[in-house]
Design a protein around this ligand. Structure first.
Ligand code: C6P
Length: 413
């Protein structure tokens, strides 16, 4: 048996779970290559949401009635399932919120605002998403701390020597994106964790682009905090996860106050509920959390190693095919060393124009700065076009992208 058959995915079978992939535009079946922005949602996850609303819907942790108890158990068990998916020790370490952005802001406001001051440093990277970059920039303004950025080298890799230079005993937090949403670079997260901890800094990993695409073990990388979103991993929108080591979350004060997160309230003062509820103020994303657990089951049924291989092979194939053209510049590392996405520019054609033409051919890609404006500035381009892949994408869809680009080139010639 060929290796690709043995460890490949049954993509045709998987596609049956995603009716949206049958959508047509101008008589052409849509090639959905915008998965880094948001992935499609399989029937199993849609059914889990519908089932919840049809049979269980109630507020959690409030009612003593049967439905509320059932919803509470399902919601709590969803935390257990997500903990298992990322290698956390238990539900205490898994805080549900709206998305990766909210998870990052929770660390920034609940830990950063309280702990940072003048003379302290936060070390990030040039390939960080605005969700990290802007948030810590603002916290630095409020606290007087400094933010420094480890360089990305000419090949699109993180310059680890530079990162080592930047991390000192004044560094309080090191933050990296596990996978760059623009370059497709995979950061050596275990090594960076050691650098951070050698200097007594906390370690934050943005897993928005890794959890959907590869096996992730937060304990193996020794992350103190780790964030990701449900909507990029076959789950619904409106759910994101903050993982935090239990002792850190215990020590931190919440930054959102209200119902659900309290233990005892008097007119004078309040005490907080146990983890993770202390950080989940108000009515939480109940249906979304339960559906995220279903998405974890869906991906585990396929197998995360296979998910990873499939995405990376498609990215390699796309990289190779796009490299055939002299007037296409690809951002980021070589074909065989990148995550499941490829960003590129076609000479003299703005990324927005390229993506509009691709849309005419029913190829859905993202164009813009992908919320990494400083990185694009550094690369000397205002924007890029990005094709990003998932379990249901095929080589034929990559061919369609390349053929459409070829036509676009003629149009602009
Ligand atoms: N990147 C993209 O098209 P939210 O929006 O909170 O779910 O995720 C934010 C985020 C944080 N970190 C990384 C590395 C990301 O890629 C994203 C989301 C999308 O690339 C939307 S800009």
């Amino acid at each position: 048996m060929e290796q690709s058959e043995r460890d490949g995915l049954d993509v045709e079978r998987i596609r049956e779970d995603f009716p949206i992939l049958q959508r047509e535009f101008r008589g052409e079946q849509v090639a959905y290559l915008d998965n880094a922005a948001t992935s499609q949602t399989p029937d199993q996850v849609v059914d889990a949401i519908a089932h919840y609303y049809r049979h269980t819907n109630a507020n959690v942790h409030r009612g003593l009635h049967h439905l509320s108890q059932e919803a509470s158990v399902a919601y709590e068990e969803a935390h257990d399932r997500v903990a298992e998916f990322i290698g956390a020790e238990g539900r205490e370490e898994v805080v549900f919120g709206k998305n990766t952005t909210e998870a990052i802001n929770t660390v920034a406001y609940a830990w950063g605002l309280a702990e940072l001051g003048p003379g302290d440093e936060v070390v990030l990277t040039e390939m960080d998403h605005h969700a990290t970059l802007v948030t810590w920039q603002q916290i630095a303004k409020k606290t007087g701390a400094d933010v420094k950025f480890a360089r990305v080298d000419d090949e699109g890799y993180l310059d680890l020597d530079h990162l080592r230079e930047l991390v000192t005993d004044d560094t309080e937090l090191v933050g990296v994106p596990h996978v760059s949403n623009t370059l497709g670079t995979i950061a050596p997260v275990e090594e960076i964790g050691e650098i951070a901890h050698d200097h007594g800094a906390l370690y934050f990993v943005d897993g928005a682009q890794s959890v959907p695409h590869m096996p992730v073990d937060v304990q193996a990388m020794d992350a103190d905090f780790f964030a990701f979103s449900g909507h990029k991993m076959c789950g619904p929108t409106g759910i994101g996860v903050l993982y935090g080591k239990e002792h850190l979350l215990e020590e931190m004060q919440p930054y959102l106050y209200g119902g659900m997160m309290i233990e005892k309230v008097t007119f004078e003062d309040s005490t907080w509920h146990e983890l993770p509820w202390k950080f989940e103020a108000g009515t939480p994303p109940i249906a979304q959390g339960i559906a995220l657990a279903e998405a974890c089951d869906y991906l585990d049924d396929i197998g995360m190693e296979r998910v990873q291989r499939h995405g990376e092979r498609l990215a390699e194939y796309a990289h190779d095919r796009l490299s055939e053209f002299d007037d296409i510049t690809i951002l980021g590392p070589p074909a065989d060393d990148r995550a499941a996405l490829v960003s590129f520019n076609l000479d003299d054609v703005h990324a927005h124009d390229a993506s509009e033409i691709l849309n005419d051919y029913a190829v859905a890609v993202r164009a813009g700065d992908h919320c990494t404006q400083p990185l694009h500035d550094k690369l000397g381009v205002p924007a890029s076009t990005r094709a990003s892949f998932y379990v249901y994408n095929t080589k034929e869809e990559v061919d369609k992208l390349v053929a459409a680009l070829d036509d676009a080139r003629q149009l602009f010639a």
